[in-house]
Design a protein around this ligand. Structure first.
Ligand SMILES: Nc1nc2c(ncn2[C@@H]2O[C@H](COP(=O)(O)OP(=O)(O)OP(=O)(O)O)[C@@H](O)[C@H]2O)c(=O)[nH]1
Ligand SMILES: [Mg+2]
Length: 428
């Protein structure tokens, strides 16, 4: 029996104490398995019914069970979903009784893999299922659900159609090689090429913003010791993430924490204060602070006084002075805050979010390296088309088409599946 034909099962919810837990069974024997475990001997398709699961003569739990008949299920196969009580002991016992039925525990992402193989999802949709499961912020969720409902397939199909049209027109020029083509047709073909490039370029640029939406923006906090960096980190996290003392040099390493601000993920990095180091630990700590600042989207530079010029080499910075509750001096170009009263902090966070993201990202957004690489290759090839050596142009357009079509085609299925499903969770 081929692997994808076997009946598999998994706990689709987290193995942790909660009101409910959900098991999924998928494959030819799903119906047989549930009938052999259940007090109910008949399951109506798509109807959730109350029943009990038994281990031999002993009742394990009272559950709500739904049977889905192929092809109308998530995987496209016969499927069963069991909602049981969510205690660890119930979960363990149900796992044990299902395993006795000689069916196999699913691999990570195997249900979605089956859905893909049974044409219930396109490859692009299958990839975004995981984005939706992992969405931590509102913008991650919004992009993932738009992609899951066909946004990306639409873009790929449209672009593919436009490139095919360009190819057909360029090939027509080859056929007319010896005749003079009207200037108007040349202009039209050039316009087509320009539009294709513009639309791919736009998507690549939008997608690079979206990568930030998924990975999060990085904000490093640097400055001299005792300027209130760690206190600020603790204030915005509403808990003690970093140790705070009045002794300069309290923080010696990078301390990372993530926050959702206005629907986006931000990773804040607290760092060791920058000063003349006294020992190797301080030296390494300060090096790490500067390295982190180097690859940040924004750096918050905490100052004691007007000493902005010391940080002229730090990129994308906002100057901050803390302890406003104690010292109300205002210096131009410096944002005043207090980690005791909270003064200025909300304003500062809004300023960061405004600076990094002017407007929400809408439309097709590719978040996978694989997709962006293909788009870039296609764009490069189309840009090579200069309508001087038409044979070579046609070749380049064909290759561009191959890269675009490759985004949502399943010809390299096993290779692509390994990449896609390696970071899925079990039960999806
Ligand atoms: N009044 C007042 N005191 C603050 C404020 N923020 C920090 N402090 C105090 O300043 C001292 C240093 O604060 P930290 O947050 O540890 O400063 P830091 O910049 O992380 O210092 P290092 O880790 O040594 O680089 C502590 O005694 C804090 O309680 C503030 O907004 N107002
Ligand atoms: Mg500190």
């Amino acid at each position: 029996m081929k692997n994808e034909e076997r009946t598999i099962f998994a706990l689709s919810t987290k193995k942790a104490k909660s009101a409910l837990a959900v098991f999924r069974i998928s494959g030819k024997n799903s119906h047989k398995v549930i009938k052999s475990l259940s007090s109910r001997k008949k399951f109506k398709t798509n109807v959730a019914s109350l029943n009990s699961i038994y281990d031999g003569k002993n009742r394990v739990d009272q559950t709500i069970t739904t049977f889905f008949k192929e092809p109308n299920s998530y995987t496209g196969e016969d499927m069963v979903e069991i909602s049981c009580h969510g205690s660890i002991s119930v979960i363990n016992k149900i796992t044990e009784v299902i395993l006795k039925k000689n069916i196999r525990m699913a691999d990570p992402g195997e249900f979605t893999k089956k859905a893909l193989l049974n044409n219930k999802l396109t490859i692009l949709e299958a990839e975004t299922v995981n984005d939706l499961i992992n969405a931590e912020t509102e913008n991650q969720r919004r992009i993932a659900i738009e992609n899951l409902t066909g946004n990306l397939d639409k873009f790929v199909k449209n672009t593919s159609k436009n490139i095919s049209k360009l190819l057909a027109d360029v090939e027509a020029i080859i056929d007319f090689a010896d005749e003079d083509l009207p200037k108007k047709i040349y202009m039209q073909i050039k316009e087509q090429k320009k539009n294709i490039c513009a639309s791919i370029e736009e998507v690549i640029s939008r997608s690079s913003i979206s990568k930030k939406i998924f990975d999060g923006f990085k904000i490093t906090i640097i400055g001299k010791p005792n300027t209130g960096k760690s206190s600020f980190i603790n204030y915005i996290n509403n808990k003690e993430v970093s140790i705070v003392t009045s002794i300069p040099g309290t923080t010696t390493d990078l301390v990372t924490s993530s926050l959702d601000i206005n629907g986006d993920k931000y990773t804040f990095v607290d760092t060791a204060g920058i000063r003349k180091y006294k020992n190797i630990i301080e030296k390494i700590g300060i090096q790490k602070s500067l390295e982190s600042a180097e690859n940040s989207d924004i750096n918050l530079v905490f100052l004691q006084k007007d000493e902005k010029e010391k940080y002229k080499d730090i990129k994308s910075k906002i100057f901050v002075k803390s302890k406003f509750d104690k010292n109300k001096d205002k210096i131009s170009g410096i944002h005043n805050i207090s980690s005791i009263s909270g003064h200025g902090i909300e304003k500062l966070l809004n300023k960061i979010s405004r600076k990094l993201k002017n407007k929400p990202v809408y439309g097709s957004v590719f978040s996978r390296e694989r997709h962006i690489e293909s788009l870039k290759k296609a764009l490069y090839l189309i840009k090579l088309v200069k309508f001087q050596e038409i044979d070579i142009d046609a070749e380049n357009i064909k290759r561009a088409l191959m890269h675009i079509n490759g985004i949502n085609q399943t010809f390299d299925i096993e290779k692509i599946l390994d990449i896609i499903f390696s970071d899925f969770c079990i039960g999806k």
